[in-house]
Design a protein around this ligand. Sequence first.
Ligand code: BEZ
Length: 398
Amino acid sequence: MTKSRLTFSRRKILAGAGVAAGAMFVPTRFAIGQAAKVKIGLMLPYSGTYAALGNNITDAFKLRLKELGGTLGGRAVDFVQVDDESAPPKAKDNASKLIGKDKVDVLVGTVHSGVAEAMAQVAREEGTLTLCPNAGAASLTGKMCAPNIFRTSFSNWQPAFPCGAVMLKDGHKKAVVMSWNYPAGHEALGGFKQGFTAGGGTIVKEILLDFPKTEFQAHLTEIAALKPDAVFVFFAGGGALKFMQDYAAAGLQGKIALYGSGFLTDGVLKAAGASADGVKTTLHYADALDNPINKKFRAAFKAATTRDADVYAVQGYDTCSLLAIGMDAVKGDLKAKKALYTAMEKAAIDSPRGKFTLSKSHNPIQDIYLRLVKGGQETVLGVAHKALADPGTGCTMG
Ligand code: BEZ
C-alpha cells in the first residue's frame, strides 16, 4: 500500500469516473433520463496485519468495474472507503455510518470475521445489499444469513476441512493445531479437526494467540518438544509471513510438516522466500490455475497495480462480477430487491478460481485445491475436494 493511501482520512469518497460526490440525496434517475450513480461503501482494512488484503480486494474490484465499462446496471459508481482497521469494536459504528450517513446503496466488506459479524448485524437490520469479499465467519451464511447478504469468498470451514484428509493421506496421524483466538481461527481449526479426527487422526495440542499477536517463539519451542507428525495453522497477511519465517528459524521446517488453509502462503509467498518451501495448503484458488480467465486476470491485475494477484484479489474481482450480474438484471434499480437477489442467487460466476455458484445460504460452492510451495512457487497438486459447499448450519433461508 502506498503511503498516501495510508495517511488519508479514514473515510473518503471517490467517484468511479473521477468526480467526487457528496452525501446529498440523489434520485435513482435524473429527469433527463441519465441514471444516477450507485454509491458503494468499501468497508475493509487499509491498515494493520490485513492491510494488503483490503488493498487487493479494492483494486481488483475496481479493475473488474473498469473491464465492465465503469458501470453496473447502467449506473456509474461512487465509492466511499472506510478503513475498518480489523477492529471489531468499531465495526457497528463504521457500518452504521456508511449506511445512515453516507447513504451507500451497497456495502462491500470485509476481511476480518469478527468485524464481519458486527457489520452483518447492521446490514440485516437495515436491509442494505451487502457482499462479503473475504471474511469466512460461519454465521454470515449460517444463523445470520439474510436475503440481502451474499459472500463471494469462502466459509472458514471450507478450505480447512479437506486438509484433514490430505494430512492423513500423507501418513501423519498426530497433529498440533494453532491460530489466532477469534472466529476465523476457531472455525478453521474446527474444520480441519473434523476432517482429521473423522479419519482417525489425533489432535495433540491446540494453541491460540490473541489477534493479531505474532509472538510465536515460545509456542514453536513447545511444538518441537511435543514432536507431532505435523502442524496445521490458520494465519493470514503479515502474521502468516512472520509465522513461516519463525517456523523455519526455529529449525522446524522440513522436520515437522507444516500445513494450513491457503491463506498461510497467499499474498506473502515472495516475501517468505525459502521459509515457505514445503508448506502444503488447501484453498479455493491457486496462482498457477491453468484457465484463460485466471491468466487474463493475473496479467490485468499486475498491469494495473504492479503487484501479483492473490486469492484476495480474486475475491474482490468476483464481488464486482456478482454485483454486476444482479444490477444488470434489474437495470440498476436496486429497489427491485426480489429480482435483484434472485439474479444473484442464480449466478454462475466465471472466476479466475474456476466457475462457481452460490448455495442456498449465499456462500460459494467451489473446488478446493491442494497446493505445495516448491522453489518459491505455489504448485497445484490437484483438487482436494470437488464442489465443496459449506453446510450453512442455522440458516433458515432457501
Ligand atoms: C477472517 O477473519 O475470516 C479471515 C481473515 C483473513 C483471511 C481469511 C479469513
